[in-house]
Design a protein around this ligand. Structure first.
Ligand code: PEP
Length: 256
Protein backbone atom coordinates (compact mmCIF):
# COMPACT_ATOMS: atom_id res chain seq x y z
CA UNK A 1 0.00 0.00 0.00
CA UNK A 2 1.29 3.44 -0.89
CA UNK A 3 1.73 6.39 1.44
CA UNK A 4 -1.43 8.43 1.86
CA UNK A 5 -3.83 5.49 1.58
CA UNK A 6 -5.21 3.80 4.67
CA UNK A 7 -6.15 0.13 4.65
CA UNK A 8 -9.84 -0.77 4.68
CA UNK A 9 -10.83 -4.18 5.96
CA UNK A 10 -14.47 -4.73 5.08
CA UNK A 11 -16.59 -7.67 6.19
CA UNK A 12 -19.42 -8.69 3.87
CA UNK A 13 -21.72 -10.81 6.02
CA UNK A 14 -23.97 -11.57 3.04
CA UNK A 15 -27.30 -13.25 3.96
CA UNK A 16 -26.09 -14.54 7.32
CA UNK A 17 -27.09 -13.96 10.91
CA UNK A 18 -30.08 -13.50 13.16
CA UNK A 19 -30.23 -10.66 15.71
CA UNK A 20 -28.41 -12.51 18.44
CA UNK A 21 -25.55 -13.67 16.17
CA UNK A 22 -25.20 -10.28 14.53
CA UNK A 23 -25.01 -8.42 17.81
CA UNK A 24 -22.46 -10.86 19.21
CA UNK A 25 -20.31 -10.69 16.08
CA UNK A 26 -20.42 -6.88 16.02
CA UNK A 27 -19.49 -6.75 19.69
CA UNK A 28 -16.50 -9.03 19.13
CA UNK A 29 -15.34 -7.01 16.10
CA UNK A 30 -15.53 -3.83 18.20
CA UNK A 31 -13.54 -5.52 20.95
CA UNK A 32 -10.83 -6.56 18.49
CA UNK A 33 -10.56 -3.00 17.18
CA UNK A 34 -10.20 -1.68 20.71
CA UNK A 35 -7.28 -4.07 21.23
CA UNK A 36 -5.67 -3.10 17.90
CA UNK A 37 -6.10 0.61 18.59
CA UNK A 38 -3.56 0.36 21.38
CA UNK A 39 -1.06 -0.36 18.58
CA UNK A 40 -2.16 2.56 16.37
CA UNK A 41 -3.68 0.32 13.77
CA UNK A 42 -3.16 1.31 10.10
CA UNK A 43 -6.64 0.16 8.98
CA UNK A 44 -10.32 0.99 9.17
CA UNK A 45 -12.70 -1.84 10.04
CA UNK A 46 -16.06 -2.00 8.31
CA UNK A 47 -18.92 -4.44 8.78
CA UNK A 48 -21.68 -4.89 6.19
CA UNK A 49 -24.48 -6.95 7.73
CA UNK A 50 -27.75 -7.81 6.00
CA UNK A 51 -30.43 -5.07 6.09
CA UNK A 52 -32.30 -6.70 8.98
CA UNK A 53 -29.28 -6.38 11.28
CA UNK A 54 -28.19 -2.83 10.40
CA UNK A 55 -30.12 -1.20 13.27
CA UNK A 56 -28.95 -3.56 15.99
CA UNK A 57 -25.36 -3.65 14.72
CA UNK A 58 -25.35 0.17 14.54
CA UNK A 59 -26.22 0.27 18.26
CA UNK A 60 -23.58 -2.30 19.10
CA UNK A 61 -20.71 -0.48 17.33
CA UNK A 62 -21.72 3.07 18.29
CA UNK A 63 -18.64 5.08 19.33
CA UNK A 64 -16.30 2.12 18.84
CA UNK A 65 -14.73 3.25 15.56
CA UNK A 66 -16.07 0.25 13.63
CA UNK A 67 -17.82 1.49 10.51
CA UNK A 68 -21.16 0.33 9.15
CA UNK A 69 -22.02 -0.49 5.56
CA UNK A 70 -24.78 -2.11 3.52
CA UNK A 71 -24.50 -4.72 0.79
CA UNK A 72 -26.63 -3.04 -1.88
CA UNK A 73 -29.18 -0.27 -2.40
CA UNK A 74 -31.77 1.03 -4.85
CA UNK A 75 -30.96 3.98 -7.12
CA UNK A 76 -33.94 6.07 -6.03
CA UNK A 77 -34.32 8.20 -2.94
CA UNK A 78 -37.81 6.88 -2.19
CA UNK A 79 -40.99 5.69 -3.89
CA UNK A 80 -42.88 2.72 -5.23
CA UNK A 81 -40.15 0.08 -5.20
CA UNK A 82 -41.49 -2.80 -3.14
CA UNK A 83 -38.83 -4.65 -1.23
CA UNK A 84 -36.05 -2.19 -2.04
CA UNK A 85 -34.00 0.04 0.25
CA UNK A 86 -32.86 3.55 -0.63
CA UNK A 87 -29.40 4.96 0.09
CA UNK A 88 -30.99 7.61 2.30
CA UNK A 89 -32.58 4.89 4.46
CA UNK A 90 -29.17 3.29 4.83
CA UNK A 91 -27.60 6.59 5.79
CA UNK A 92 -30.44 7.18 8.26
CA UNK A 93 -29.68 3.92 10.06
CA UNK A 94 -25.99 4.81 10.34
CA UNK A 95 -24.32 3.45 7.20
CA UNK A 96 -21.26 5.19 5.84
CA UNK A 97 -20.51 2.70 3.06
CA UNK A 98 -22.55 0.72 0.52
CA UNK A 99 -21.24 -2.19 -1.55
CA UNK A 100 -22.50 -2.08 -5.15
CA UNK A 101 -22.01 -4.50 -8.01
CA UNK A 102 -21.00 -7.53 -5.97
CA UNK A 103 -20.69 -10.48 -8.35
CA UNK A 104 -23.52 -12.25 -6.52
CA UNK A 105 -25.81 -9.32 -7.36
CA UNK A 106 -24.50 -9.18 -10.91
CA UNK A 107 -25.34 -12.89 -11.27
CA UNK A 108 -28.43 -13.38 -9.07
CA UNK A 109 -30.11 -10.11 -10.07
CA UNK A 110 -28.58 -9.60 -13.52
CA UNK A 111 -27.12 -6.25 -12.57
CA UNK A 112 -24.92 -4.84 -15.32
CA UNK A 113 -22.38 -2.03 -15.26
CA UNK A 114 -24.93 0.71 -15.99
CA UNK A 115 -27.05 -0.27 -12.98
CA UNK A 116 -23.98 -0.56 -10.77
CA UNK A 117 -22.80 2.90 -11.85
CA UNK A 118 -26.26 4.37 -11.14
CA UNK A 119 -26.31 2.76 -7.70
CA UNK A 120 -22.80 4.04 -6.93
CA UNK A 121 -23.88 7.55 -7.96
CA UNK A 122 -26.94 7.28 -5.71
CA UNK A 123 -24.65 6.33 -2.83
CA UNK A 124 -22.46 9.38 -3.47
CA UNK A 125 -25.53 11.57 -3.76
CA UNK A 126 -26.57 10.43 -0.28
CA UNK A 127 -23.11 11.39 0.97
CA UNK A 128 -21.83 7.88 1.63
CA UNK A 129 -18.91 5.91 0.21
CA UNK A 130 -19.48 3.44 -2.62
CA UNK A 131 -17.52 0.18 -2.74
CA UNK A 132 -17.68 -0.74 -6.42
CA UNK A 133 -17.01 -4.43 -7.10
CA UNK A 134 -15.56 -5.78 -10.32
CA UNK A 135 -13.91 -9.05 -11.28
CA UNK A 136 -13.57 -11.66 -13.98
CA UNK A 137 -14.92 -15.22 -14.10
CA UNK A 138 -12.70 -18.27 -14.48
CA UNK A 139 -13.74 -18.69 -18.12
CA UNK A 140 -12.75 -15.09 -18.82
CA UNK A 141 -9.39 -15.52 -17.03
CA UNK A 142 -8.61 -18.74 -18.87
CA UNK A 143 -9.42 -17.03 -22.15
CA UNK A 144 -6.80 -14.38 -21.32
CA UNK A 145 -9.46 -11.69 -20.92
CA UNK A 146 -9.07 -10.87 -17.20
CA UNK A 147 -7.53 -7.45 -17.75
CA UNK A 148 -9.95 -6.46 -20.50
CA UNK A 149 -12.97 -7.52 -18.42
CA UNK A 150 -11.81 -5.59 -15.36
CA UNK A 151 -11.05 -2.50 -17.48
CA UNK A 152 -14.50 -2.68 -19.05
CA UNK A 153 -16.33 -3.21 -15.76
CA UNK A 154 -14.41 -0.41 -14.07
CA UNK A 155 -15.11 2.03 -16.90
CA UNK A 156 -18.79 1.08 -16.91
CA UNK A 157 -19.33 1.02 -13.14
CA UNK A 158 -17.22 3.88 -11.79
CA UNK A 159 -19.51 6.68 -10.60
CA UNK A 160 -19.21 10.13 -12.15
CA UNK A 161 -17.59 12.32 -9.52
CA UNK A 162 -15.53 9.49 -8.01
CA UNK A 163 -12.84 10.70 -5.61
CA UNK A 164 -10.50 9.11 -3.12
CA UNK A 165 -12.93 10.10 -0.37
CA UNK A 166 -16.20 8.82 -1.82
CA UNK A 167 -15.22 5.71 -3.79
CA UNK A 168 -13.47 2.41 -3.11
CA UNK A 169 -12.95 -0.26 -5.77
CA UNK A 170 -13.00 -3.96 -4.86
CA UNK A 171 -11.34 -6.42 -7.23
CA UNK A 172 -13.03 -9.75 -6.64
CA UNK A 173 -12.18 -12.50 -9.12
CA UNK A 174 -15.45 -14.43 -9.27
CA UNK A 175 -13.60 -17.75 -9.28
CA UNK A 176 -12.09 -16.95 -5.87
CA UNK A 177 -15.27 -15.89 -4.05
CA UNK A 178 -16.35 -18.44 -1.48
CA UNK A 179 -14.39 -21.18 -3.26
CA UNK A 180 -11.28 -21.38 -1.11
CA UNK A 181 -9.27 -20.47 -4.23
CA UNK A 182 -7.34 -17.24 -3.89
CA UNK A 183 -5.57 -15.14 -6.48
CA UNK A 184 -1.86 -15.28 -5.78
CA UNK A 185 -0.44 -11.97 -4.51
CA UNK A 186 1.21 -11.52 -7.93
CA UNK A 187 -2.00 -12.25 -9.86
CA UNK A 188 -3.96 -9.85 -7.64
CA UNK A 189 -1.31 -7.10 -7.83
CA UNK A 190 -1.21 -7.40 -11.62
CA UNK A 191 -4.94 -6.61 -11.83
CA UNK A 192 -4.77 -3.95 -9.11
CA UNK A 193 -2.02 -2.17 -11.06
CA UNK A 194 -4.23 -2.15 -14.16
CA UNK A 195 -7.15 -0.81 -12.10
CA UNK A 196 -4.89 1.86 -10.60
CA UNK A 197 -3.76 2.99 -14.07
CA UNK A 198 -7.39 3.14 -15.26
CA UNK A 199 -8.40 5.14 -12.19
CA UNK A 200 -5.63 7.65 -12.80
CA UNK A 201 -6.79 7.96 -16.42
CA UNK A 202 -10.41 8.42 -15.35
CA UNK A 203 -10.11 10.80 -12.41
CA UNK A 204 -6.57 12.16 -12.55
CA UNK A 205 -3.33 11.49 -10.73
CA UNK A 206 -4.24 12.61 -7.20
CA UNK A 207 -7.66 11.04 -6.88
CA UNK A 208 -6.71 7.95 -8.89
CA UNK A 209 -3.74 7.28 -6.64
CA UNK A 210 -5.86 7.96 -3.56
CA UNK A 211 -8.78 5.62 -4.29
CA UNK A 212 -8.44 2.45 -2.27
CA UNK A 213 -8.51 -0.85 -4.16
CA UNK A 214 -9.53 -3.85 -2.05
CA UNK A 215 -8.92 -7.48 -2.91
CA UNK A 216 -11.73 -9.98 -2.28
CA UNK A 217 -11.84 -13.71 -2.81
CA UNK A 218 -11.24 -16.22 -0.01
CA UNK A 219 -8.99 -13.84 1.90
CA UNK A 220 -8.21 -15.37 5.28
CA UNK A 221 -5.72 -15.14 8.16
CA UNK A 222 -3.25 -17.36 6.26
CA UNK A 223 -3.05 -15.41 3.00
CA UNK A 224 -3.92 -11.88 4.13
CA UNK A 225 -0.46 -10.62 5.03
CA UNK A 226 1.08 -11.43 1.66
CA UNK A 227 -1.86 -10.04 -0.31
CA UNK A 228 -1.97 -6.87 1.79
CA UNK A 229 1.78 -6.47 1.29
CA UNK A 230 1.30 -5.72 -2.43
CA UNK A 231 1.76 -2.08 -3.46
CA UNK A 232 -1.75 -1.60 -4.90
CA UNK A 233 -3.74 -3.74 -2.47
CA UNK A 234 -5.25 -1.35 0.06
CA UNK A 235 -7.41 -3.74 2.03
CA UNK A 236 -9.83 -6.60 1.69
CA UNK A 237 -13.48 -7.34 1.10
CA UNK A 238 -13.93 -10.41 3.22
CA UNK A 239 -16.84 -12.85 3.08
CA UNK A 240 -16.48 -16.15 4.95
CA UNK A 241 -13.66 -15.05 7.25
CA UNK A 242 -15.66 -11.99 8.33
CA UNK A 243 -18.21 -14.21 10.07
CA UNK A 244 -15.67 -15.07 12.72
CA UNK A 245 -14.37 -12.08 14.70
CA UNK A 246 -11.01 -13.69 15.45
CA UNK A 247 -10.40 -14.49 11.78
CA UNK A 248 -11.52 -11.02 10.75
CA UNK A 249 -9.13 -9.48 13.29
CA UNK A 250 -6.33 -11.78 12.11
CA UNK A 251 -6.88 -10.62 8.51
CA UNK A 252 -6.68 -7.00 9.66
CA UNK A 253 -3.49 -7.78 11.56
CA UNK A 254 -1.93 -8.48 8.15
CA UNK A 255 -1.99 -4.73 7.40
CA UNK A 256 1.50 -3.33 7.85
C1 PEP B 1 -17.12 -11.66 -0.95
O1 PEP B 1 -18.24 -12.11 -0.90
O2 PEP B 1 -16.99 -10.48 -1.21
C2 PEP B 1 -16.00 -12.55 -0.69
C3 PEP B 1 -14.81 -12.17 -1.03
O3 PEP B 1 -16.29 -13.77 -0.10
P1 PEP B 1 -15.21 -14.83 0.43
O4 PEP B 1 -14.21 -14.08 1.27
O5 PEP B 1 -16.00 -15.81 1.24
O6 PEP B 1 -14.56 -15.44 -0.77
Amino acid sequence: MAKGRRFLIAGNWKMNGLKKDGRALAKSVAKSLKKAKGKKQPFDLLVCPPYTLLGSVAKEIKDTGVKLGAQDCHVAEKGAHTGDISPYMLKDVGCQYVIVGHSERRTDHREGDAVVKAKAEAVLEADMIAIVCIGETLVQREAGRAMAVNRRQLKGSLPTGATAKNTVVAYEPVWAIGTGLTASPEQAQEVHAVIRAELVKAVGEDEGNGIRILYGGSMNPKNAKELLGQPDIDGGLIGGAALNADDFAAVAAGCK
